[in-house]
Design a protein around this ligand. Structure first.
Ligand code: PSU
Ligand code: MN
Length: 308
């Protein structure tokens, strides 16, 4: 195996110190910033997530690829560069990281890409908005996010508000079961529905506190090398109106079909359609939930660190 020094893998001083000292660290992804949210909300959310992780007592480690260098702990300035539209940063799942390094590209990492890098760096907690999953037309398109397979082989706890409601939620829950990924509700027995706090599907397990989540994950990873999804619902008072949600969903799915979008572009197109149909209301909900997930991630990582 190559030595770490030969791999273009840069860990910021703050994150390296936190890892060395055994403090809580929470990995944050960059696809949501570069491809998931419109400007200027995207960078505002990134800053709020950074602060939310700190409010939970942990250190944020925002992950992305700049000029072919994998960076763990991007500064706000580096994040601005990555999000600059003219730089055309790619969307990087795990399988895309190597080629982005070899070609000296800029890239934003998805949940899959982020946990692969986080795990390599010794970080075991990550926060995002909504996990990727099985798309509604998967029977014919075979479109299932690599987030699921990545979680099946990476022992990282991911805090997310369920999976995006543009997806086939029951099929995604079945796949998470087959793949051996633990799915635990945070103070709920209902799987969250991303823009809505309840997707209508039940969960087998829930935890009542960050300490209980950390205890469950610490025990889980002794017996399993797969991931752990801590499903944190958006506050009911902040969720998208149910009727508006359903109309936006129908419109977004119809639009995606009309344009004939495939591959990496499917999720960003659906999210953008949601945003325009709801005149930005869905963006506000997305902001609220991702910041809340970062805060919870901060508490869980702190608790996990105190167990070592
Ligand atoms: N959560 C959000 N917005 C996003 C994402 C998550 O609130 O844009 C991103 C994550 O990076 C996730 C990706 O991994 O969407 C899923 O993309 P795909 O369906 O193409 O795997
Ligand atoms: Mn896909």
């Amino acid at each position: 195996m190559k030595k770490t020094e030969e791999i273009p893998f840069v860990v910021s001083e703050e994150v390296a110190t936190a890892i060395r000292e055994g403090r809580g660290v929470v990995a944050l992804e960059t696809t949501i910033v570069v491809h998931g949210l419109p400007a200027p909300a995207n960078l505002e959310v990134a800053l709020q997530c950074d602060q939310a992780v700190r409010s939970g007592g942990s250190i944020p480690a925002t992950i992305g690829v700049l000029n072919g260098k994998v960076i763990v702990g991007l500064s706000m300035k580096e994040l601005e560069q990555l999000a600059e539209p003219s730089r055309n940063a790619s969307k990087l799942s795990t399988r895309d990281i190597g080629i982005a390094i070899a070609k000296s590209l800029d890239g934003a990492t998805t949940v899959a890409g982020t946990i692969a890098i986080a795990n390599r760096a010794g970080i075991s907690v990550m926060a995002t908005g909504g996990l990727g999953g099985v798309h509604r037309d998967a029977q014919t398109s075979f479109d299932e996010s690599a987030d699921l397979t990545a979680l099946s082989r990476t022992p990282v706890l991911v805090v997310a508000s369920g999976v995006k409601s543009i997806l086939d939620i029951p099929a995604t829950l079945e796949r998470l079961d087959s793949l051996g990924v633990a799915v635990i509700g945070y103070r709920t027995n209902k799987f969250p529905g991303f823009y809505r706090s309840d997707s209508g599907y039940s969960l087998d397990w829930s935890v009542q506190s960050a300490d209980e989540a950390a205890a469950a994950f610490a025990a889980h990873r002794i017996f399993s090398s797969s991931g752990f999804l801590l499903a944190n619902p958006v506050e009911t008072s902040k969720q998208l109106d149910g009727e508006l949600h359903n109309r936006a969903l129908a419109s977004a799915l119809a639009k995606a079909e009309e344009i004939g979008v495939t591959g990496k572009d499917v999720t960003p197109v659906l999210l953008a359609e949601f945003a325009s149909f709801t005149s930005g209301a869905s963006v506000q909900v997305n902001r609220d939930l991702v910041v809340s997930n970062a805060a919870l991630g901060g508490h869980v990582a702190t608790s996990l660190a105190s167990r070592k």
